[in-house]
Design a protein around this ligand. Structure first.
Ligand SMILES: [Ca+2]
Ligand SMILES: [Ca+2]
Ligand SMILES: [Ca+2]
Ligand SMILES: [Ca+2]
Length: 446
């Protein structure tokens, strides 16, 4: 999900980059904790919380960016509106909102922090038009620079996902990008100095292929980062239709091209996560394999979360959890209870939010507990992140079914829900992603 990392420190620049990127490391398997943000001095009026859960500071140094598609009414018809980012931030003891739109695209699939040669930027991944843009805060307004814009030549052109890491091992914050619908996976390499153009290396291209997600990590422990991607056939929503897919790997620093690491047969995955969730010092890959409906719309195969290590054969993923749902498109890792060990949260389509804890053997079955059955969405964007800096990750979830954003904190026994945003209108939206963003990159709301 979220990924921002450099490989083993090679140079002071890489170390500085790693430190800068650690700020955005929420929700990944990242072992480095973001530096605990000092609670603001003399924070007034901390909000009352469910018993046992810590009070929320009145002001937080980071907020959240929600990447949205919205539908608007045009001549009585519901049509895609401009791509939209909505922000949530905490100020003066209250959660506040602001937003901006980009009429050049009709969806933002992701909005995230990017620390490149020009300094901190809000990076957006847009669809139709497919564009990667970096937004700077200038006089209180976000002003874009287009890093990469492309018509891939198929039916749809969309930037779908990106992760930032030092994938070439040169200390630079490269951006690995997944796209629709010609199978393009690319890496954008920043210029040496601010103002130059990003170099684009296309790692792959396959006709009629959607690439849903990117993850970056080092499964084989050789200090060189691998890029993982999830290509599949184009989306099919009808019952009984299979959609074949797999998880592939590229190693740009070694000029190694596409290699299948997870063969999912006639099933596919949109969601993957790479990180050292079990805490043994080496990254592993988690794949959320989508369920299958038969022609009568009965769920005949449930969602499976499968684990792959460096030596796992493509058909040999270990099923660590099964979720009684058709889709589960967000996996996020963090320490929800502050015991120093990571857990996984899976956000499923209609069965709610699930907490997954490894047992004594993290390659065996994990313990699966319901966090909340009354949370739902097609994407169901979720992230574990320590925005309040107390060393325990909170869970932030966009429950699009309820048109709410919710925050869950550990009360000593369980994760407790709090609504931090209720959408004021019933305009149809999809929340594609939710990411932490420094307050300096969030425009102030009215
Ligand atoms: Ca490696
Ligand atoms: Ca591990
Ligand atoms: Ca934990
Ligand atoms: Ca926290």
């Amino acid at each position: 999900m979220t990924r921002a990392r450099s490989a083993t420190g090679r140079a002071p620049r890489a170390a500085a980059l790693a430190a800068a990127l650690a700020l955005s490391a929420c929700g990944s398997g990242e072992s480095a904790k973001p530096p605990a943000a000092a609670p603001p001095a003399a924070a007034p009026a901390a909000a009352p919380q469910a018993s046992g859960a810590p009070a929320t500071p009145a002001d937080l140094p980071r907020g959240l960016a929600l990447a949205l598609a919205q539908f608007v009414d045009k001549d009585g018809k519901s049509v895609p509106g401009p791509a939209r980012v909505e922000f949530l931030y905490r100020q003066g003891g209250a959660w506040k909102t602001s937003a901006f739109e980009d009429p050049e695209s009709n969806v933002f699939h992701k909005a995230m922090l990017y620390e490149g040669p020009s300094g901190p930027r809000l990076l957006t991944l847009g669809g139709s038009a497919a564009a990667v843009k970096a937004w700077a805060m200038v006089d209180g307004k976000l002003v874009p620079t287009t890093l990469w814009e492309k018509d891939f030549g198929g039916k749809f052109s969309r930037m779908r996902d990106a992760e930032v890491a030092d994938v070439y091992g040169d200390g630079a914050a490269s951006i690995a990008v997944a796209t629709h619908d010609q199978g393009v996976v690319a890496v954008l390499h920043p210029p040496a100095a601010a103002g130059g153009a990003f170099a684009v290396e296309e790692l792959d291209r396959e006709p009629n292929t959607f690439v849903h997600e990117i993850e970056i990590g080092d499964l084989d422990g050789d200090g060189v980062l691998e890029v993982y991607a999830t290509p599949s056939e184009p989306n099919r929503l009808e019952a009984g239709a299979s959609q074949a897919g797999h998880v592939v790997r590229y190693v740009p620093a070694k000029k190694k091209g596409r290699e299948v690491v997870a063969d999912l047969g006639d099933r596919h995955a949109k969601e993957i996560l790479v990180g050292d969730v079990d805490g043994d010092g080496t990254d592993e890959l988690y794949v959320s394999v989508e369920g299958v409906l038969d022609a009568a719309k009965q769920l005949v195969q449930k969602v499976e979360i499968r684990r792959y290590d460096a030596d796992t054969p493509p058909k040999g993923g270990a099923v660590i959890a099964t979720i009684d749902d058709r889709l589960s498109r967000f996996l996020t890792a963090g320490d929800v209870d502050g015991d120093g060990k990571k857990e996984l949260v899976a956000a499923a389509f209609s069965s709610g939010l699930w907490l997954l804890r490894p047992g004594a053997d993290p390659k065996g079955a994990w313990k699966v507990e319901s966090i909340d059955t009354d949370s739902a969405g097609f994407e169901h964007a979720a992230i574990l992140c320590d925005l309040d800096g107390d060393g325990t990750d909170e869970l932030y979830v966009a429950s699009d079914k309820h048109k709410q954003v919710r925050r869950y904190t550990w009360d000593g026994h369980k994760l407790v829900r709090e609504v931090i945003y209720a959408r004021p209108d019933d305009r149809p939206i999809f929340t594609w992603n939710i990411m932490p963003i420094p307050r300096e990159l969030i425009p102030s709301g009215g």
